[in-house]
Write a protein that binds this ligand. Structure first.
Ligand code: FE2
Ligand code: FE2
Length: 290
């Protein structure tokens, strides 16, 4: 067991160090991230960058016209779409498109459609929880959405680059009936959150998002910069798993919704509404992959 842990760690380090193997984010996505980070760039600059990419443009227009953001009039231009979605959502969506492209469909065991449905749902629920949680009220909703959207990126990496480890964990967890992250910890010495965090390091995403993704199954171990965010993603993962929006490869729910609400300090009267909302969020998450 010890050798396998050391071996996995060495293989992951080699992958991270090799410039070639690990997928990179498309240049355009990086340009959008930079423009969004620069307060001097206006909506028009960002729109102009996005319009260079027809597929990204089409996706943003579709999302802007979806149930979540629709306010009546159809959105036909990227400028209006960016205005309606807000900078935070444009940033997350560009990132998601970048990650989808970076990984393509080349995985072996993960159903990518299901994977993105789950990820989009966790992103949306995390954003909702950022709004409702009294304990973690300082977290920015758009940041919670980004962290939720990218929380399981470590699974994409393991599936694509370490298929034997992915399969080995799967067999063992199916046999033992445990949650995936626990089996990963014993077999690989780290869970898919930790693996994803390392990849997001390479992509130079904000420290809070990296830390939250790394610790989403063990939020109490998160470093201070990502602790609040990690708890929201953990809670969103648990609520989605309890409501049929789980990723089958992650295993069964370990935390009941009531315990999530207590941990996050979500006011009693809001709880039932959130559970009902998670169902609607599932519908919207399906639109994400279309
Ligand atoms: Fe997940
Ligand atoms: Fe996870």
């Amino acid at each position: 067991m010890e050798t396998r842990v050391t071996e996995f760690r060495a293989n992951l380090e080699a992958l991270l160090a090799s410039g070639k193997q690990l997928p990179t984010l498309p240049v355009l996505v990086i340009q959008v991230q930079r423009a969004l980070a620069n307060e001097m760039s206006g909506l028009r600059d960002i729109g102009a960058i996005i319009e260079r990419d027809p597929a990204l443009t089409a996706r943003l227009l579709r999302v802007a016209n979806s149930v979540m953001f629709s306010r009546g009039d159809p959105v036909n231009s990227i400028g209006v779409a960016v205005g309606r979605l807000g900078m935070g959502h444009v940033r997350s969506l560009c990132l998601a498109v970048g990650v989808v492209r970076a990984f393509g469909d080349s995985g072996q065991r993960l159903d990518h459609k299901r994977y993105w449905e789950h990820s989009a749902a966790v992103g949306m629920v995390a954003e909702r929880l950022a709004d409702l949680s009294k304990r973690y009220a300082r977290v920015d909703g758009a940041e919670a959405y980004t962290a939720g959207l990218l929380h399981d990126v470590g699974l994409l990496v393991t599936d694509q680059f370490f298929p034997e480890d992915f399969a080995g964990v799967q067999e063992e967890m199916d046999f033992e009936g445990t949650a995936r992250w626990r089996t990963e910890l014993t077999r690989l010495g780290m869970d898919h959150g930790n693996i994803g965090g390392r990849v997001l390091d390479r992509w130079q995403l904000p420290a809070s998002v990296r830390a939250a993704v790394a610790s989403h199954h063990q939020p109490d171990t998160a470093p201070p910069e990502g602790g609040d965010l990690a708890h929201l993603v953990w809670g969103a993962e648990a609520l989605c798993t309890a409501s049929g929006l789980e990723l089958p490869q992650e295993g069964n729910a370990e935390v009941a919704p009531a315990d999530v609400f207590d941990a996050l300090d979500v006011p009693e009267p809001k709880r039932e509404a959130v559970i009902a909302e998670v169902g609607a969020i599932g519908e919207r998450a399906r639109q994400f992959t279309h």
